[in-house]
Every structure is written in structure tokens, then in C-alpha cells.
Write a protein that binds this ligand. Structure first.
Ligand code: SF4
Length: 1003
């Protein structure tokens, strides 16, 4: 910072005092050390060397008097976060659910408000005990505030702890008891005018100072040097453009960043915005109040984990944590660094955890076993299997570490807050650090958790303890700094304007934000404060009504008075979130009147004089790529055709997108509609001899595009959100049913014995109990209610099943179950099973089929029935169309497969029917056998294979096919896609001939 500083009144006074007392010890009272540092720095840069001048706050002076004595007594001074935790604890002890503050007792807002009010009472030189009960509108309120005050004080005493007001009180007491502790007469204490002191602070200073502090004049608000040469009003469309306008001026006017200060009225809105835009455009900034830690990965990761605790360990927060790359997998697994966020999140979500601490671990282990089995079945070597499992192993190892450091709730679901904070401390080592901010945030989090961990033990429900830590993390800021060379400085209006910089921008002067405040203290209302002051015969408690707004106005007026150099006051005229117009604050109008020397000017005059608001398109030098393109594309004489070419040359994917949209809108069947260039036979299983399955062919018939995405590109459908209150998903439920039916029949000693319903029902229930218990161990339910609901539904389904079996027992005998054929369905070894896929002959050519037949029943000599269990409803099956244009061809294929398997094992096959069995309540135990000729099956197969051979994979022509499709996101609106696909199919395109034939066939 090289620019000379123009002195304001305070600097002039200070300079004069330093010249008059060059070597005396001089203490400048300041509201905070950062402000003090800036004042002294500005003084030096204004050309006033100073010696023996130091800034001090009232608290730092009090600590200087009493700190050592308190430490000798073993009393520790707590941080703000720790003190708030003590207030929370006091509320927990005192407030009953039906008490005055009881309904709000778990709200962080109440704790903060109570802390502020209790401090205010004490700063006024009172204690909560002195509150006259009849001054408050509800006597319970006074009672509870006194009780909370007592509990808070007891906690401080019991823990040998102190808060800043204790330090102040102790220092005052010590000074009264021992006047030798006073400052020496040689020390000069300087107090700027307007530095407000509470009763307690004034009493301390009276005791400390051997003579009254020297008052230093500051610029009076009414004397603020507001002239049109140095003060400018600015308007922008939205807050983002207010910030952009600052940086645009920096660029356009080549301002030195360290001659720029940005004062903000609304910290919550502007600090993150300035931080993000400055980082994006590459402008280094310092922030007086720091950067919200929640911008960092470690803080975001901590919040994810706290959400995970608070909500009963649902999978979503951890999936978010993995997906956003917040987990340091390398800390848990030697190869964790190789696993990217997407792979980690996918591995985690595929485990189907839903929720639950035990279930998280169990499902990850289960998924590992499943993947291992599948990889082994594919014939992979152990090394390749291990490689494939790295993402899941890294995620599982990370979750294991997390579970190892987190406290287990007791039987009442409670944990010690300090123990949870210790877990938070350990967690910081498990989270990724990828930037300087991440590193600072990790240190800040570690400090914060260490403070909580040092608090006395306090057991809370897990969700509440997590919420307490969440609140503390959410308000944590890191890297707070005084102005630094090479950086613009950002501060709230109350603490801005001390740096002596040449360009000050005040942002957020719209009427919605400024003046802020005005709300009453929610704990002690103004009329109660007035009553307290009357009863106590003084007026120690300030009123709050309107004081917030008044304070904001005073802070701005003081800022305008003390800054020198150029000043830009800006406001946003648009709220984009609400899509509403915004107006400048009356403070802007006041400044306008002074600048124009028109005391009666109104908003209309202001708007007339105002230039165009700063918008997204820059008038001068663009800050970033977005601004560059906006400026270029909206230049006055733009040639749109050329602009399109330029944009598409810079971003070829935009050109691809436009081409795709146009191609899809046309009747032609193009590469953007699923037209692949394939070598002859490349995708045709009749040529490649790659095994196919019934479900693959059915998917092809339903949607060639879905087939392409899944089996040609090898994409997996995105994971679906699981219902949080359901134990088993439909696939898992189907497995439970299949396993139970399998065990029930295979454990039957004599399959030909008469089916005695009572005896068989009892046996089935035993099998069901066993399988339910096994499944429960394998997949822990999210709750006991969820388990019982599904167990009862399952038993009711089995009742339908066993009755159906009793009915059919007279005419058929179940003989073979879960018969696999083909590599991917496991090895042979059971009756009829085949390790190899089966060759199915059809008119259009032979192909290899793999799959698994649920069940084959003997129905007399040489007569067989093949059944496929369907645990869902039968509505999706079309009786009128036995093959449903290929969408329902499994029964026909399994009939051929079963005939091969039976004959291969020496069974006579005279007749064979194949169909679907709906053994649960949804299907009512019905069995459906679609009647279809071999010629129709062959013709349908030929069309399907010809379609594959053509390389044509259009969208489905029926939008209802998309109803349960996981690829919907890739296809856009299903009605649109189906309509376009129909047009293209009807266009006579030769490649779609097979699809037309399939669609035209009414079988
Ligand atoms: S959303 Fe519809 S068109 Fe797209 S892949 Fe799925 S079924 Fe096919």
C-alpha cells in the first residue's frame, strides 16, 4: 500500500497528540484490534511517525489487569462458541416443554438471543436476579431468565471458567481493592469520540485510569465531506452486478487493489458474493470478518456427516459427501487417492443402504460379496477382481473409520456433546483439503471442535447434539484479516473506512436492506425494558425498538464522515429471486440531496440523474469469459450469423447441440436419433455368437435406445432414490420370494406325495421365518416397523401362494427350480442346469441364450409346464398380444430352452407350455400361458436381430414405455421423443424396416 493517506479528523487529532507527546506511552481505545491496527497504519502512511502508541480494547486492558490472577486461580476464559454452549446447557436444565420459553428451547436462535440479553443486563451493571418480575409481561419469563442466569453462572463456577464480563468485573474489583494496579500517570489513554462504553466498561476505566481519558475528536456526520467531485451514486441490476461493477472499475480505471475498500451493509448476502466473484475473476481480497468456512470442503464434509447423524444415518448425506469429493479416501485406503468422486459415490449408492448405522456397514459388505461373486463368475483373475473392488473397498474403509470415531448413542439415543466434538476433530483428518482455504478451514474446525471437546460432559439426543455442532460450524469464519498489500479489503459498514484507502465502495444501499434492524429484542421487549428501568429508578437497559435501524444509519453516517478519497454508494434495483423491483434507501436520497444541494429533491429526481444500471454486460473491459461473450454478442452492430459461427468455433459442443436439435426435429433418421454406423453383423448375436438373454431382447423391443445405452454403450441407469421407510426393494423382495419357494419345494421329501395344505403351510412358514431372518441379517431394516410391515405382507403373499399350490397339486408336480443356463447365471450342478448358454434355433438364424428358469412342473407323462414367477401385478401383461411385439417374449424363449434342457437330461417332452405365474396377492395366484405359434416367435426374433444388425436404435414410439425407464434424463420429454420417433419410423427409412415390421405385427 503505497498511496499517501489523507487525514480525517481522528488522524489529525492523533497526529497532533503524537507530536505533542512523542515518547509518552499512549494507549488508543478502539472497538477492536483490527480497527486499531488500521488506524495506526493509516496514521503512519499519512506521514506521522509514532512511538509508544498502541491500540487497546477495554477487554484487553481488563485482561491485562486480571488475566494472570484468574489463570493463577485455574480459571479459564471461554470462547464465544463455548459460552453459547453453556447457555444451551442452561436452557436444557431449566426449560420444560410447557414453560414460557419451552417451545423454543432447542432453537439456536433462542440461545443466541438469551445470551445477548443476559450479557446486556450484565453490561448494564445488573444481574438477572435483579429483574423485577412484575415488570415483565409474564412472570414465568422473569423466573426462567433468572434460573437460566443461575444455571449459567453455576456452570462457570463449577468448571472454574470465566466469560469476558467476569474478566471485566474481576479487573474492576481488583483495581478497587488494590489501587496500585492502576495505569501509571505517565500513560496517556486516548478515547475517540463516539466510542460507546457500557456501564460496566465505564466503571472499569474509572478504576483503571489515574485521570480521565483524553477525548479525540472524530468527523461529525453533519460535516461529512460529501462533494460531487469525490462521492458518486451507482445503481446495478442485482447484487452480483453491484459487486461486478466494483471490479470493473478496478480494471477500467487501473486502480490498485490495495487502494480499494468494499463496505457491505448485508454481510450474509454480500460477503459470500464478493468472495466468489473475486475468486472467479482473480482479485485477491481480505475479509475483516473472514470467509465463511462453509465454502471449504472440510466444513461441507463435516456438515454432511452431522446431517447423517442427525437424520438417523440415511445414505444421502454421505452420498453427497463422496460425490462432491469431500472425503479423503487416501486417509482410509492405500489406493483411495485413485478413486474419483463419481466412482466413490456410485460405489456407495449401489450398496442400497437407505439408512441405519448397522445397515450401512452390512450393506457395503454385502455389496462387496455380490460384486466379488459376479467378477468371479465372469472369470476374472484375483488381481482383476481386487482392482474392480477398489472404489467400494476405499469407500467402505472410509465409512469404517468414520464409524470407529463416532460415539455410539446410549439406549436413550443420547451422546455426550464433547465426545461428538472429539469425533468432529478426528473427522477433519478424513476430509479432503484441496486449497489454502480448505487448509485454513480444517484448522478452524479443529479449533472449534477442540473448544467443544473441552466443555463439561453433557448428554443430548444425537440429533440435537449434531444440530448444536452444525450451528457452530455454519457460523464459523476463517482467514479474517486486516487489509493487506495487493488485496482489496472487505468489511461491514460499522468496521470499514479505517484503512485510509483512496477508493471506498459501499454496497447494499437498497431500501430492503438498509437501514437494517429495528426489530425488538425477542427476549426482553421494549415495554418490559422501560418497566425494568422505571422500577430500578434508572435507565440502564437500552430500548431496542428502532435502535437497530438507527445504529445502521449512524454507522453509515460515521463511515461517510471518516473516509477520504473517492466514495461510491451503490444499490441494487432488482431482486432477481423474487423477480421484483427494488428502490434505493432513503440514505441514498439524503446523499443525493447534499450532492445536488437540493434539500427537497425526491426519488424521481434521483432516478432522472441516474445513469444506466450496471448489468451483466460490461460497458468496458470484461472481467471474465462470460462477460466477454455477453459484451461481444450484444455489441451494437452485431452480425448474428458470424457471432453464431464464432461461438460455435470456440465451443464445438454448442454446435453439436444445435445440430442435434435440428436433426431430431427433422423427419430424417440421423446419428442424433440413434443411427449407428456398424460393420455387418457387428451387433447381431446370430453372427457374433455373443449370448443374449430374454430381458435384453425384451428391452430392445420396448426401446432400441434404452438397449443402445445399456448394452452397446454399457451405461448403467442412474440409481433410484430408495424409499426411506421400506425394508426391501422390489428386486430384494423378489429374491426373498424365490429363495423361499425354492427351499420349500427342494426340501420336500417326496415331491409326488399328496399336498396336505395344513402341513405344507406350517412347513412353508418355517422356511419363510428362516429366510426372513437370513435376509434381515443380510439387509438390516431401517426400522422395526418397516420390517414388520414387509414381513406381514410377505406372509400374506405366501398364503396366496400355498393355496394356489394346493389347487394345482392334483394336476401337476413341481420338479425343477431356479434352473440356470449360461455362464453369467452360475455354474451347473443342479438338475438340468447348464454352465453354457443354449443354442436356440429360429427361422432367421440360431443364437445363444442365457438365463434362469424359475420352475418346471411335470404335468403327466412327457407333459411339462414352465413358469416364471412374477411378484408384481399382472396388469402389464397383454393377454391379447402373446408376444406384445417382442416386449413379452421370455415365455416363448424359455419354452425352447426348457425343452432342450429336459431332453438333454433324458426326459421325454411330448408337450410343453410356458407362461407367467403371479403367486402373490397382487396377482391373485393366477397363471397365464400366452398362446403363440412358433412362426410368430421366429418372425419376431428375426425382426429383433435384424434391427440390431441395422445399427438403428431410435427412441421408443410409445411414451408409456418410458414410464419406469432409468434413462429418462437422457431422452427429454417422453411424449416428444415418442412422437418424433413415430415420424421417423413412418418416413420409409430402410434401416427402420425391422422396427416397422415389429410394430405392425399384432402378436
Ligand atoms: S426414456 Fe423412453 S425413449 Fe428413452 S431410453 Fe427410456 S424407454 Fe427409451
Amino acid at each position: 500500500m503505497g498511496a499517501a493517506v489523507e487525514r480525517n479528523a481522528l488522524l489529525r487529532e492523533l497526529a497532533a497528540f503524537c507530536e505533542a507527546h512523542p515518547v509518552d506511552e499512549k494507549i488508543l481505545l478502539v472497538p477492536s484490534f483490527p480497527v486499531g491496527t488500521q488506524v495506526l497504519d493509516a496514521l503512519a502512511r499519512s506521514g506521522c511517525p509514532h512511538l509508544n502508541l498502541r491500540p487497546a480494547t477495554v477487554f484487553s486492558l481488563a485482561h491485562g489487569v486480571a488475566g494472570a490472577a484468574l489463570a493463577a486461580e485455574g480459571r479459564e476464559t471461554l470462547s464465544r462458541a463455548q459460552l453459547l454452549a453453556l447457555v444451551e446447557d442452561a436452557c436444557d436444565q431449566v426449560l420444560e416443554p410447557d414453560s414460557y420459553f419451552g417451545a423454543l428451547r432447542e432453537r439456536p436462535g433462542l440461545h443466541r438471543a438469551l445470551q445477548a440479553t443476559l450479557n446486556e443486563i450484565r453490561r448494564a451493571g445488573l444481574t438477572p436476579e435483579q429483574l423485577p418480575s412484575d415488570a415483565l409481561e409474564d412472570p414465568r419469563k422473569a423466573r426462567e431468565m433468572k434460573a437460566i442466569g443461575r444455571a449459567y453462572r453455576d456452570a462457570l463456577e463449577a468448571g472454574k471458567l470465566a466469560d469476558p464480563l467476569d474478566v471485566l468485573a474481576a479487573a474492576t474489583r481488583m483495581l478497587r481493592e488494590n489501587p496500585g494496579l492502576k495505569l501509571p500517570r505517565s500513560a496517556r489513554v486516548l478515547r475517540p469520540e463516539g466510542l460507546e462504553l457500557s456501564t460496566l466498561e465505564s466503571a472499569f476505566l474509572d478504576a483503571l485510569l489515574p485521570r480521565p481519558a483524553t477525548l479525540l475528536e472524530v468527523d461529525a456526520a453533519e460535516d461529512a465531506p460529501l462533494t460531487p467531485e469525490r462521492v458518486f451514486l451507482a445503481c446495478a441490476s442485482g447484487e452480483e452486478n453491484e459487486v461486478r461493477a466494483v471490479f470493473r472499475r478496478v480494471v477500467d480505471e487501473r486502480l490498485a487493489l490495495d487502494d480499494v475498500e468494499i463496505a457491505i451493509t448485508d454481510d450474509a448476502a454480500y460477503r459470500p458474493l464478493v468472495y466468489e466473484l473475486a475468486a472467479q475473476a482473480g482479485f485477491p481480497c481480505t475479509f475483516a470478518d473472514g470467509i465463511p468456512a462453509t465454502f471449504s470442503r472440510p466444513a461441507q464434509g463435516v456438515l454432511d456427516v452431522l446431517d447423517w447423524f442427525a437424520a438417523g444415518y440415511p445414505e444421502r448425506p454421505l452420498a453427497r459427501l463422496f460425490g462432491a469429493g469431500r472425503a479423503n479416501l487416501a486417509a482410509a485406503h492405500p489406493r483411495g487417492a485413485l478413486v474419483g468422486p463419481v466412482r466413490a459415490a456410485r460405489a456407495f449408492r449401489r450398496a442400497g443402504i437407505v439408512r441405519g448405522r448397522d445397515r450401512t456397514r452390512a450393506r457395503l459388505a454385502l455389496d462387496r460379496a455380490r460384486l466379488e461373486r459376479r467378477a468371479a463368475a465372469e472369470g476374472l483373475e484375483p488381481d482383476a477382481i481386487a482392482e474392480r473392488l477398489v472404489p467400494l473397498d476405499a469407500v467402505a474403509a472410509w465409512v469404517d473409520r468414520l464409524l470407529a470415531i463416532t460415539p455410539v448413542p446410549d439406549l436413550e439415543g443420547r451422546v455426550d456433546l464433547a465426545a461428538l466434538a472429539r469425533a468432529g476433530l478426528a473427522l477433519t483428518d478424513l476430509l479432503d483439503v484441496a486449497s489454502r482455504l480448505d487448509g485454513m478451514a480444517r484448522e478452524g474446525l479443529a479449533r472449534l471442535f477442540a473448544e467443544f471437546a473441552a466443555l463439561p460432559p453433557r448428554r443430548l439426543p444425537l440429533a440435537e447434539a449434531a444440530a448444536r455442532l452444525r450451528e457452530a460450524v455454519s457460523t464459523l469464519a476463517v482467514a479474517s484479516s486486516t487489509p493487506l498489500p495487493g488485496h482489496a479489503h472487505v468489511a461491514r459498514i460499522g468496521s470499514a473506512g479505517w484503512s485510509g484507502r483512496g477508493h471506498t465502495f459501499v454496497l447494499g444501499l437498497d431500501e430492503a436492506r438498509f437501514p437494517a434492524g429495528g426489530a425488538q429484542d425477542p427476549v426482553l421487549l421494549d415495554h418490559e425494558r422501560e418497566a425494568v428501568n422505571q422500577r430500578l429508578g434508572s435507565r440502564p437497559l437500552p430500548l431496542r425498538r428502532g435502535t437497530g435501524a438507527e445504529e445502521s444509519r449512524r454507522a453509515l453516517a460515521a463511515l461517510l464522515a471518516r473516509v477520504r478519497g473517492r466514495l461510491v454508494l451503490s444499490y441494487s434495483n432488482r431482486d432477481f429471486l423474487q423477480d421484483a423491483e427494488q428502490f434505493p434507501s432513503s440514505a441514498v436520497l439524503d446523499v443525493f440531496r447534499v450532492l445536488e444541494v437540493r434539500p427537497r429533491a425526491g426519488f424521481r429526481d434521483l432516478f432522472e440523474r441516474e445513469g444506466a444500471p450496471a448489468a451483466f454486460r460490461p460497458a468496458g473491459e470484461p472481467l471474465d469469459e462470460i462477460e466477454f461473450w455477453l459484451a461481444a454478442l450484444h455489441a451494437p452492430a452485431i452480425d448474428h450469423a458470424r457471432a453464431t459461427c464464432e461461438v460455435e468455433a470456440a465451443y464445438p459442443w454448442i454446435a453439436d447441440g444445435r445440430e442435434a436439435v435440428e436433426a431430431r426435429r427433422s423427419p430424417a433418421f440421423t446419428k442424433w436419433d440413434g443411427r449407428l454406423t456398424v460393420r455387418p453383423g457387428e451387433l447381431d448375436p446370430r453372427v457374433t455368437r455373443e449370448p443374449t438373454s430374454a430381458s435384453r431382447l425384451q428391452l430392445l423391443a420396448k426401446s432400441p435406445r434404452a438397449y443402445f445405452l445399456k448394452y452397446v454403450l454399457g451405461l448403467a441407469e442412474p440409481d433410484e432414490e430408495r424409499a426411506v421407510d421400506v425394508w426391501l426393494d422390489p428386486l430384494e423382495y423378489g429374491r426373498l420370494f424365490h429363495d423361499t419357494a425354492f427351499d420349500f419345494f427342494t426340501e420336500r421329501k417326496d415331491p409326488d406325495a399328496p399336498f396336505e395344505i395344513v402341513k405344507e403351510t406350517a412347513r412353508l412358514l418355517k422356511v419363510a421365518d428362516r429366510n426372513l431372518a437370513r435376509m434381515r441379517a443380510e439387509i438390516p431394516p431401517p426400522s422395526e416397523v418397516a420390517f414388520r410391515q414387509q414381513r406381514d405382507a410377505f406372509l400374506a403373499d405366501l398364503d396366496v401362494f400355498v393355496k394356489g399350490e394346493a389347487k394345482s397339486a392334483a394336476t401337476s408336480s413341481p420338479r425343477f427350480f431356479e434352473v440356470p443356463f449360461g455362464r453369467s447365471h452360475g455354474s451347473a450342478g443342479r438338475d438340468l442346469a447348464s454352465a453354457d448358454p443354449l443354442e436356440i434355433r429360429a427361422d432367421g438364424g440360431a443364437f445363444l441364450l442365457e438365463g434362469k428358469i424359475d420352475r418346471i412342473d411335470a404335468e403327466g407323462a412327457g407333459a411339462w409346464a414352465v413358469w416364471d414367477y412374477k411378484t408384481g401385478s399382472e396388469r402389464q401383461f397383454k393377454d391379447s398380444m402373446p408376444l406384445n411385439r417382442g416386449r413379452q417374449i421370455q415365455h416363448a424363449l424359455y419354452a425352447r430352452a426348457a425343452a432342450i434342457l429336459l431332453r438333454r437330461s433324458g426326459y421325454r417332452v411330448e408337450s410343453l407350455r410356458s407362461g407367467y405365474y403371479f403367486p402373490t396377492r397382487k396377482g391373485g395366484g393366477r397363471r397365464v400361458v400366452p398362446e403363440v405359434s412358433d412362426a410368430d416367435v421366429d418372425a419376431t426374433l428375426r425382426d429383433l436381430f435384424d434391427l440390431l444388425a441395422s445399427g438403428a436404435f431410435p427412441h421408443s414410439t410409445e411414451s408409456r414405455d418410458c414410464d419406469y425407464c432409468g434413462f429418462r434424463m437422457a431422452c427429454g420429454d417422453p411424449d416428444d421423443a415418442a412422437r418424433r420417433s413415430k415420424v421417423k419410423c413412418g418416413s420409409g427409412e430402410p434401416l427402420l424396416e425391422a422396427l416397422r415390421a415389429l410394430e405392425d405385427r399384432d402378436v
